[in-house]
Design a protein around this ligand. Sequence first.
Ligand code: HEC
Length: 209
Amino acid sequence: MNAKAKPIAAILALAGGLVLPMPFAQAANPCKPCAPKTRNPCAAKNPCATKNPCAASDRIDPKLVTRPGDYRPYAGKASDLSNEGKRLWSDASLSTNGLSCNSCHQANGAFQDSFAQPYPHRVQMASDRAGMRTIQLDEMVQICMVAPMANKPLAWDSKALAALAAYAADLQKTFVPARAPAANPCAAAPNPCSARNPCAARNAGAERK
Ligand code: HEC
């Protein structure tokens, strides 16, 4: 090797030394956002990571939110059910994360254009996350119970499910598609998820400690 080539060789060796370990450095990066959840050490420390109600990647088990074969909905007077549904719409005790239906759906927020169509119809969240091609209104209520509200589905014959569906059906009549945010309802301002971020209070608590 001549004197001129030496520095070049040194640079190449140095570059190689930097480049080669990169895959390892990336694999070891504890905050790599696409790392599988089970191995992501950040998920455990970040209480919001697992509870983001708008996280699109979380799979919903379609069995939980599909009408059972022997489905018999609660029968009641439509106006009573709608009144009860209106009350429940703002009831945060239906969720495990401090959200109510109203946190996202106040003034018909977060609904996409599909909401204007008669049921059953295709809803993006249901097809993306539960693989359901079309859904009924009460199935959509159950999807929001399980996913954004982070709770169990309501009993299929419960008054609460019939009431929420009845109230949602009334809202549907007032829904104007143009008012719906575009493709990603979670990105819309004001972001319905950040407004009442259930993790914010907990983080504040943690800071006080
Ligand atoms: C954290 C936000 C959030 C909460 C809380 C929430 N939802 Fe939703 N909901 C959404 C989003 C986002 C959509 C739009 C999904 C889509 O169109 O892909 C939606 C859509 C809907 C739709 C309309 C689907 C359609 O287009 O036909 C209904 C009905 C609904 N939600 C009911 C409820 C009920 C009932 C509750 C409370 C039990 C609730 N949601 C709680 C985020 C939320």
